[in-house]
Write a protein that binds this ligand. Structure first.
Ligand SMILES: [Zn+2]
Length: 186
């Protein structure tokens, strides 16, 4: 079993990183590490490669994918045979966990998650810089929006609240699409 796919699942060397103080440069890595640690789909051994891949995606650098899974390979992985799945992303996953999933969607959700949480972090940072103490959250409110995000629509928050932590602990969206609205004081 899985003979066809064995070549994709060679274990790479692992590296450990110490937690750093949060800043604009490492915010993406912080969000990524958190999301990866709680995801059941991704093979943590490939953490560095997944991060590199996602960083490229979020920079709009489209990777030139030439090789795609064959129908047989997709059947072996129990994923929809009609999906176009690049072979180079397959090692990123725990194969038992991606049955009936679209690996490409899982990757893009993770990329979007990092982008949107970084966006929220930067928005709050800007508000702090312009001496705003409070702001409101505005959520999209469609069927893709989680209950918590809907509930948080129009809620007033302090700029001193850790926005990333707040979303990490509560938001159940594939990725948050909330925005911030400054409250003008005076
Ligand atoms: Zn949400």
């Amino acid at each position: 079993m899985f003979d066809l796919l064995k070549k994709f699942f060679i274990q790479p060397k692992t590296t450990t990183t110490k937690p750093k103080k949060r800043n604009s440069a490492n915010i993406e890595k912080e969000i990524f590490d958190f999301e990866l640690s709680r995801s059941e789909y991704f093979n943590k051994e490939y953490s560095n490669d997944i991060f590199k891949y996602i960083t490229k995606l979020n920079k709009g650098q489209k990777s030139k994918e030439k090789e795609f899974l064959s129908i047989e390979e997709k059947k072996e992985l129990k994923i929809n045979t009609r999906l176009k799945v690049p072979t180079n992303i397959i090692p990123f996953f725990i194969k038992e966990k991606i049955v009936n999933k679209n690996p490409k969607d899982l990757i893009s959700n993770l990329a979007n998650m990092i982008r949107s949480k970084k966006y929220l972090y930067n928005e709050v940072k800007k508000l702090k810089k312009t001496k705003n103490s409070y702001y409101k959250l505005s959520s999209v409110g469609d069927e893709k929006t989680c209950i918590w995000c809907k509930k948080m629509d129009n809620k007033v928050l302090s700029v001193n609240e850790d926005i990333i932590k707040l979303f990490n602990n509560n938001c159940k969206c594939d990725y948050p699409r909330s925005t911030t609205i400054a409250i003008i004081e005076g």
